[in-house]
Design a protein around this ligand. Structure first.
Ligand SMILES: [Zn+2]
Length: 159
């Protein structure tokens, strides 16, 4: 009985996600630029190919939303495939509020999709991630402020 369970867990772990998140973007150019920038922030800071954003369909469906929904600026939804009921949750969709919030919100949501929960500071702080504090005044708020993603944050990525 126990041996069967071990075998089952081995099969499940072999189905675990690998490679970068495959994010298919649907929206306007400004949001697309923000999504590419957010992916870059993770890939460059962590020195790994973690998030791949492209237009059209992907394993994760990324869409813009006008205005605030559910009192949030963005949201990542997960599913467990039925045949993999005890396996890892897979991110399936992300929506985000269009506008200047897009970069910090998308970077934050990609963090969730990469397996991270909330933190007291940095990009996974749910409050900072939706505000100007997350953006770099040196670049006119078009890029993420230095230190929003730390080496410690990178270590927590489960992908
Ligand atoms: Zn969050």
């Amino acid at each position: 009985m126990r041996r069967d369970l071990v075998a089952l867990l081995l099969v499940l772990s072999s189905c675990a996600p690998s490679g970068p998140l495959d994010v298919g973007y649907h929206g306007d150019d400004a949001g697309y630029v923000a999504a590419l920038e957010a992916a870059n922030a993770w890939n460059q800071t962590c020195g790994a190919d973690l998030v791949n954003v492209h237009r059209g369909d992907g394993e994760i469906d990324l869409r813009e939303q006008e205005g605030i929904t559910h009192n949030a600026y963005g949201e990542t939804t997960f599913e467990r495939p039925i045949l993999n009921a005890v396996g890892p949750r897979e991110p399936v969709a992300i929506w985000f509020m269009s506008g200047w919030h897009a970069l910090p919100v998308l970077t934050h949501e990609f963090g969730h999709a990469l397996g991270l929960g909330h933190a007291d500071s940095g990009i996974m702080d749910p409050h900072v991630a939706s505000g100007f504090d997350a953006l770099d005044p040196a670049t006119g708020n078009t890029t993420l402020a230095p230190g929003m993603i730390t080496a410690e944050t990178c270590k927590q990525v489960t992908r």
